[in-house]
Design a protein around this ligand. Structure first.
Ligand code: ASP
Length: 439
């Protein structure tokens, strides 16, 4: 591992010149912070606009031959003010005019949106005194629009051979023909992870406006405690269930090379944040869990049939019915004579009747029950498989909270106990489980 830290700063960390000043203090505080990945300027206050949203709007207007003059003016003002207040020696107006011309001439949505990071990167590089390296030079996509990691590693190595410190804008890269391609929204997180991999960094810092992950959604559990250390796998379980701080795809570029990610708060740099570590790293667990997350809006299709356990191919038939209807399932708890399919409500919309019909016809069950308006709550913790009493705490917590459990599923990875409850019991259920572990 090299002596390099990659630091990615999100949109709220770079929303105005005061935030840029905080970023500069953080970057200069540690000489290892050599590669800096910025997002586009985000919201300065609740009702403010994100620059990326405005850029997409300009593109949509241009495509429909509607003037985007007024929207572009908002963008221009943000960057011109930034450059002026930070007193950077860069003709930002020249770059803005270039972008405007290209959008007028029909530039793609990806090109247009990527300029948010590009322009911010130019200003940040000048402000920090770091070299600006265009992400189009180092982040390479394949012709089918997925990341080309091999080509990226090669391009990075060549381009950065003599570059000690650089600002590399997040969110985009280039296709083999040189055209600009972005990741999905929030994708600067992914760029940061790729740069960390390519530079064999010892740490990937992801600076945002919260001090890491909390054990539960603070909108539901007001005093939710921060998570100090979490493994990639636990994070995946919690993120999937709705705990969002980091782009889901950011773990993949660094997972196999075991680079830890540290989520930090630009507004509270003294906080340690959450450290995300590789799955095999020994962490000492004190009989507790890592976090709880959940989602509403599921439907459970419960199928019963006597002697189901000895009927070969029953589940295969059931799942192929879902497949032929283009529906995927989240969970499939089963007993000897019953199996339940937990499916996102949105996916079922106009397909439910057809699916039920086909199950009756092909599987010939004794009964089928449909339970709509269900929520899933996942209690996640790597120490679970070695600690007695975790599930009993989950269930007694729910009983104490007067929450009826409609379904139980422990993932085969043994880091997750998922319960199904009524949508209306969701918040109460999550709070009850939290209180069973933290008081
Ligand atoms: N600016 C882009 C977005 O708003 C990417 C990012 O911020 O990570 O989605």
């Amino acid at each position: 591992m090299s002596n390099i830290v990659v630091a990615k700063f999100g949109g709220s960390s770079l929303a105005d010149s005061d935030q840029f000043r905080k970023v500069k203090n953080i970057v200069l505080d540690d000489d290892k912070r050599r590669y800096i990945v910025p997002s586009a300027p985000g919201k300065r206050f609740k009702k403010d606009y994100k620059i990326t949203d405005l850029l997409y709007l300009c593109h949509a207007h241009a495509q429909n031959s509607i003037s985007f003059e007024d929207v572009f003016k908002l963008i221009e003002d943000r960057y011109v003010t930034l450059a002026k207040e930070l007193e950077v020696d860069i003709d930002i107006k020249k770059y803005l005019d270039e972008v405007k011309d290209k959008v007028e001439q029909g530039a793609s949505a990806d090109y247009t949106a990527s300029r948010g990071e590009y322009l911010n990167g130019l200003i940040l590089a000048a402000y920090l005194g770091y070299e600006f390296v265009d992400a189009a030079e180092v982040i390479c996509f394949k012709k089918h629009k997925t990341l080309d990691l091999k080509a990226t590693e090669k391009a990075f190595k060549e381009r950065m051979a003599n570059v000690k410190k650089a600002v590399i804008p997040g969110f985009y890269g280039a296709m083999p023909d040189g055209s600009i391609k972005t990741f999905t929204r929030g994708g600067s997180d992914v760029t940061g992870a790729i740069i960390a991999r390519c530079s064999q960094a010892e740490l990937y810092e992801n600076w945002t406006d919260v001090s890491g992950f909390l054990m539960a959604d603070p909108n539901i559990v007001e005093d939710a405690k921060p998570i100090e250390v979490i493994t990639y796998k636990e994070l995946r379980e919690l993120s999937y269930m709705g705990a969002k701080v980091l782009h889901e795809e950011s773990i993949f570029p660094i997972r196999d090379v075991c680079i830890p990610i540290n989520i930090r708060n630009t507004n509270k740099p003294e906080d340690k944040g959450t450290l995300i570590v590789d799955d095999n790293k020994p962490i000492s667990y004190s009989g507790t869990i890592t976090g709880i997350a959940g989602k509403k809006g599921f439907t459970v299709i419960a199928v019963q049939k006597m002697l189901m356990n000895s009927e070969q191919g029953f589940c295969r038939k059931l799942l192929s019915i879902l497949e032929s209807n283009g529906v995927s399932f989240e969970n499939m708890p089963s007993g000897i004579d019953s199996v339940s399919l937990v499916i996102e409500e949105e996916q079922l919309e106009d397909k439910l009747d057809n699916i039920l019909e086909e199950i009756k016809r092909q599987c010939n069950p004794d009964s089928i029950d449909v339970h709509p308006n269900m929520a899933l709550i996942a209690t996640v913790g790597k120490g679970m498989d070695r600690t007695k009493g975790i599930s009993s705490k989950v269930f007694s917590g729910l009983a104490k909270g007067d929450v009826n459990i409609r379904m139980i599923n422990q993932g085969s990875s043994e880091i997750n106990i998922t319960v199904g409850v009524e949508n209306d019991d969701f918040e109460k259920g999550l709070r009850s489980i939290y209180r069973a572990f933290v008081n």
